[in-house]
Design a protein around this ligand. Structure first.
Ligand code: K7E
Ligand code: CUA
Length: 683
């Protein structure tokens, strides 16, 4: 058994290697391989003057399947996509908005990292405040490894209002307002340095759930790894979301202390299971890594046990305990202690096989599906059975006093899918779709219970589609809500190898679109390959485009994008001026096609300058930029927006500032001069 674990470990680490490794007693029959030289995909075909569809298809070497794929995904100029996929960009630190089915990139929403086009993090005060809100004390954090986007929900359906995304690298959460697609808040988890970047909302978005990951002493202090079992802990953090304010309310949020197993991904209960949260975990072995030549490294240390623990959280109960004051404070943050959570029925465990990853609740909330990275099955738990087992009582406890629900008392089905099942999504016809990392495939399988009114055998593999290559997450349209749409599935593949033109050894990510609207249920062909030039994406959610009600311009001229209200002090046409108070200079400026007012600013070296600027346009898309060389200032001003920048004019000289958006025929003339005189500022 041990050998198998290690061999599978190699297969995991080296997903697409050929015969030289990952053989032995492991079934690698389904292992994906890139196309070899001699069987490489044909070129896209040459440019052709052919005009009829048949002639074009022939000239470009397109099969009938290629032609249908093209017709299913092609979007004529000016026509809008039916869905928008919000995808993480991983350590790119931003969020991608991609139209489906065309797979066109619509926007990369600046989130955790500065982004010049959106004027994010280059002086604009609202953006600096957002980024600085995510600092860890005096550590300015300017990148993130975002994993899981989570759209806000109403009654378990996406409502198109907000998007949350978690930063694995630094245990942070960002809040994006989908009225203007701008990041409004970043919160740093005060008790942990790292998490999984997993974000999951409860069905009405009262809570944004952050699953932890690598255990550490909560609060961030030091403890030797020899004290791992006693002093290291995991957490699941529940961020309270204030929808009216559009912000996470730190004071009403709390974390649940959990054992130092590595909590991984969570999902919220839905419908009947609302009020419960499920998180898979790894490292119930309490492995602490290889400290010397005789030690066991994490890779195999964490893979010893046949079962880890699915964490089952009674969130309603946890809320009651928090309301009753049964919390402690760590770094000023409410923490529900492990022994309290365990003793009071807020936390249970259920064994889950083998290196689990992903916990996904079915649309009706009846079942929880867990993938096992080193398993061949998706394991399905029944919420009702879990409730029955809890009610029956008499449960054994783990070393930390957490009651354990026996596997066979909670398990509904195990569905043999193939190698390396990870994540699961759903459609509107009672099917589930699970990514198979080692198989490099998407598995479609039938749910049971009330989902099976069509006479099909329940809990059975229906079909698999190979993807290129080694899929991590997948997303179906609204596929983790109470009412999935089906239609499309995006496979988010970890490797792309030979699928695109070579651009050097760092290879684009490959999102593949699969068509779920085939007449035969055992067909789900890949109909589009979209190279993603930032990485590494993890999860994505796909929302019906008509649920998004983004603004075309800000509602009033002089809009404060942080407060989402008119700034009473905003410069407006006719109120432009320069005010001086000692060495403090305040400039009230406007921008309109094609000039700034004022367009000549004179200050003394050492002056402290506050510049407020309003784009007074009300025309859709009439954005102006404001860039000052050398001072590292760069704003993007959408119609109606007011921004503030503060800087010290500490370098004398002449600095032509200009508009960075080609806004009109006289855009090049949209310029002004910042003159910093070498006369020292008044004190
Ligand atoms: Cu990449 Cu959701 Cu962080 Cu799986 S996770 S792949
Ligand atoms: Cu405004 Cu160019």
């Amino acid at each position: 058994m041990k050998r198998q674990i290690i061999m599978l470990g190699i297969a995991l680490a080296m997903p697409i290697t050929t015969s030289a490794c990952s053989r032995g007693d492991v079934d690698t029959s389904g292992e994906a391989k890139p196309a070899q030289e001699d069987q490489a995909a044909p070129s896209g075909g040459e440019a052709t003057s052919a005009q009829s569809p048949d002639e074009i298809a022939k000239a470009r070497n397109l099969s009938p399947a290629d032609v249908s794929a093209a017709l299913k995904t092609y979007m004529p100029s000016g026509r809008h996509d039916e869905y928008v996929q919000f995808a993480s960009s991983g350590h790119g630190g931003q969020v991608l908005a991609i139209g489906l089915p065309s797979m066109r990139l619509l926007k990369m929403i600046a989130t955790f990292s500065p982004e010049p086009w959106q004027g994010y993090g280059y002086g604009a005060k609202s953006t600096m405040d957002t980024l600085n809100g995510g600092n860890a004390g005096d550590k300015e954090l300017r990148w993130a490894d975002d994993h899981h986007p989570a759209l806000s929900e109403t009654a378990g359906d996406y409502d198109g209002q907000f998007l949350f995304i978690g930063d694995k690298a630094n245990a942070r959460v960002a809040v994006i307002d989908l009225r203007d697609f701008e990041t409004k808040q970043i919160v740093k988890n005060p008790i942990s340095n790292i998490d999984h970047g997993g974000m999951f909302v409860t069905p009405d978005t009262e809570w944004v759930v952050e699953g932890g990951q690598y255990a550490m002493p909560l609060g961030g202090g030091y403890a030797p790894m020899e004290d791992y079992k006693e002093k290291y802990r995991g957490h699941i953090t529940f961020w309270k979301f204030d929808r009216a304010a559009g912000r996470i309310d730190m004071a009403k949020s709390f974390a649940m202390e959990v054992p130092p197993y590595w909590q991984d991904l969570c999902d919220s209960g839905k419908k009947g299971s609302t009020g419960w949260v499920f998180c898979n975990s790894i490292n119930t072995e309490l492995a602490t890594g290889k400290a010397d030549k005789d030690g066991v490294n994490f890779e195999s240390g964490v893979s010893q046990n046949d079962m880890d623990f699915l964490h089952v959280v009674n969130l309603k109960k946890a809320e009651e305990l928090v309301a009753a004051g049964k919390t402690t404070e760590i770094n000023g943050f409410n923490v529900l202690p492990l022994d309290t959570a365990a003793a009071e029925g807020a936390l249970y465990f259920i064994p889950e096989p083998k290196s689990p990853h992903g916990a996904d609740v079915t649309p009706g909330g009846e079942y929880i599906v867990v993938g096992g990275k080193l398993d061949q099955n998706a394991t399905v738990y029944s919420f009702q059975k879990i409730q029955d087992a809890i009610a029956a009582g008499g449960l054994d406890k783990d070393d930390y006093g957490v009651p354990i629900i026996p596997f066979d008392k909670a398990m509904e089905a195990q569905v043999q899918l193939g190698l390396g099942p990870l994540h699961t999504q759903f459609d509107d016809k009672g099917f589930a779709y699970t990514s198979l990392f080692l198989d490099s495939a998407v598995a479609k399988w039938s749910l049971g219970g009330d989902y099976r009114k069509d006479g099909l055998e329940p809990w059975k593999l229906v079909t698999k589609t190979p993807v290129q290559y080694n899929i991590g997450h997948l997303a179906t349209a609204e596929g983790d809500t109470v009412s999935p749409d089906g239609h499309y599935l995006v496979a988010m593949n970890k490797w792309a190898i030979d699928r695109f033109q070579n651009v050097g050894p760092l290879v684009p990510q490959n999102f593949q679109l699969l068509d779920l609207d085939q007449p035969e249920p055992d067909k789900m062909p890949v109909i589009y390959d979209a190279p993603i030039g930032v990485g590494e994406p993890h999860y994505a959610q796909i929302i019906k485009a008509d649920k998004l009600k983004g603004w075309e311009k800000y509602p009033e001229i002089g809009w404060d994008t942080d407060k989402m209200a008119k700034d009473p002090d905003a410069p407006l046409t006719g109120t432009e001026r320069v005010e001086r108070d000692g060495n403090k200079v305040t400039i009230y400026m406007t921008a309109i096609r094609s000039h700034f007012t004022p367009e000549r600013i004179e200050v003394n070296v050492g002056d402290e300058v506050t510049l407020k600027i309003t784009n007074v346009e009300q025309t859709y898309d009439a954005t102006h930029g404001f860039a000052v060389p050398i001072y590292n200032l760069n704003l993007s001003l959408e119609p109606g927006e007011t921004q503030t920048v503060e800087f010290t004019a500490d370098r004398a000289g002449v600095y032509p500032f200009y508009c960075t958006e080609f806004c009109s025929a006289l855009h090049l003339e949209m310029v002004g001069y910042l003159l910093v005189k070498d006369t020292p500022a008044a004190q």
